[in-house]
Design a protein around this ligand. Structure first.
Ligand code: C2E
Ligand code: MG
Ligand code: MG
Length: 381
């Protein structure tokens, strides 16, 4: 169907341009149109409009209506001056701008666009090499049993040690990694590194046998071979499946589609645990909880932050905990920063906690200190 669609798009481009214009496919879903000898930008704009209209018409592919959105970047060359390579690069810069503009989907190249885009492209190119250059690091934040205050495991949180920018937090590069697909190798590296670390800690601290929690992004979750990948990582690192928890967010399972649910079930049959992260921030529908095969939900830290001062949060958190427990789901509270919050969550019978009150996310060496020689040290303090 993809090939049919590409052919149909190519036809539209050809019918809407003149004999003397050149239409080319640049690989993937990118096309280029070269307009020869035009008198003004207006002509290019008009053509872009015309193409936009024609591409908005549904395409009939195998009897199905397929709808497209095309971003268009325009660059104008000066005859005899413009280098074809530069012109294509300028058009691509404009295209990237056009894609980011969700109203018109069109942009004409201006010199100022270059520095911004180049910076982004540099960042992206750097990110491509981050794994092989050994620049990714995992920090680990203790997960604590709220009744005993003992460490039961860790959440692996990725950081990027950039040579010029310093330690880059995940929210500054995970979205770009998602967009570019780099999240797949990065996510695999995170899973493998975290599992290997957890296995090593289990061997070194048999009294704790800490579990490991790893965040999965939407794109990772959509990989058809995710289960196989996880199985292979468990086998090669020797970490028991029951010691691995996978954190997904609501956006991953928002539609509660059969496909998402069966993917979750398949993961669970491997023996790993499933956690719904940031609960309460998305379109949190309580009906998810009934449909999804979950072991734990993590109440978002915004609820925990307002727990003691904001009267409205207490009944919400209380209700979420009792609902989850009624469904046989455990509850972790994120972002515990004070003893009052911890005490309050304890009273509400919340199972586990995580937050700066116990410990911030730390490099592996520092974690060994907090596990202590007897392997049973309490996390607080
Ligand atoms: P998250 O999974 O909800 O992780 C919890 C975030 O809250 C972490 O931020 C953690 O450092 C922070 N945090 C923990 N306790 C406290 C507290 O008491 N107060 C406050 N204010 N913050 C606290 P971090 O490490 O910056 O990670 C941010 C997000 O980036 C994570 O949110 C997760 O969604 C994503 N992320 C991190 N590592 C990975 C990864 O390996 N893969 C993917 N796909 N996403 C990741
Ligand atoms: Mg998480
Ligand atoms: Mg979270």
């Amino acid at each position: 169907m993809g090939d049919e669609l590409l052919k149909a798009v190519a036809e539209q481009l050809q019918t809407n341009t003149r004999e003397i214009d050149t239409v080319a496919r640049f690989g993937g879903d990118q096309f280029a149109v070269m307009l020869d000898g035009i008198a003004s930008t207006g002509v290019a704009r008009e053509l872009a409009e015309r193409l936009d209209m024609s591409l908005r018409e549904p395409f009939d592919i195998d009897g199905r209506d397929v709808f497209l959105n095309a971003g268009m970047g325009i660059a104008i060359g000066v005859p005899g001056v413009a280098d074809p390579g530069d012109l294509l690069r300028d058009a691509e810069v404009a295209l990237n701008r056009a894609k980011a503009d969700h109203t018109t989907h069109q942009a004409i190249f201006e010199p100022g666009m270059n520095s911004e885009t180049l910076e982004r492209l540099d960042f992206e190119a750097d990110l491509r090499h981050a794994i092989e250059r050994d620049q990714l690091v995992l920090h680990y934040q203790p997960l604590v049993d709220l009744t005993s205050d003992r460490v039961v495991g860790f959440e692996a949180l990725v950081r990027w040690q950039h040579p010029e920018r310093g330690l880059v937090p995940p929210l500054a590069f995970i979205p770009l990694a998602e967009e570019t697909g780099l999240i797949l190798p990065i996510g695999r590296w995170v899973l493998e590194t975290a599992c290997r670390q957890a296995q090593a800690w289990q061997a070194k601290f048999p009294g704790v046998r800490p579990m490991m929690s790893v965040n999965l992004s939407a794109r990772q979750f959509a990989q058809p071979d995710l289960g196989g990948q996880i199985q292979a990582i468990l086998a090669s690192t020797g970490l028991p499946a029951a010691s691995l928890e996978l954190e997904i967010t609501e956006s991953v399972v928002m539609d509660s589609s059969e496909k998402a649910i069966s993917a979750l079930r398949a993961l669970r049959t491997l023996g790993v645990k499933l956690v719904l992260d940031d609960f309460g921030t998305g379109y949190s529908s309580l009906s998810y909880l009934k449909h999804l095969p979950l072991d734990t939900i993590k109440i978002d830290r915004s609820f925990v932050a307002g727990l003691v001062d904001d009267d409205a949060n207490l009944p919400i958190v209380e209700a979420v905990i009792s609902l989850a427990h009624g469904l046989g789901i455990e509850v972790t509270a994120e972002g515990i920063e004070t003893a009052e919050q911890r005490d309050c969550l304890r009273r509400l019978a919340c199972d586990r906690g995580q937050g700066n009150y116990y410990a911030v996310a730390l490099p592996a060496e520092r974690i060994e200190e907090c596990l202590g020689p007897d392997g049973l040290a309490s996390a607080a303090g």
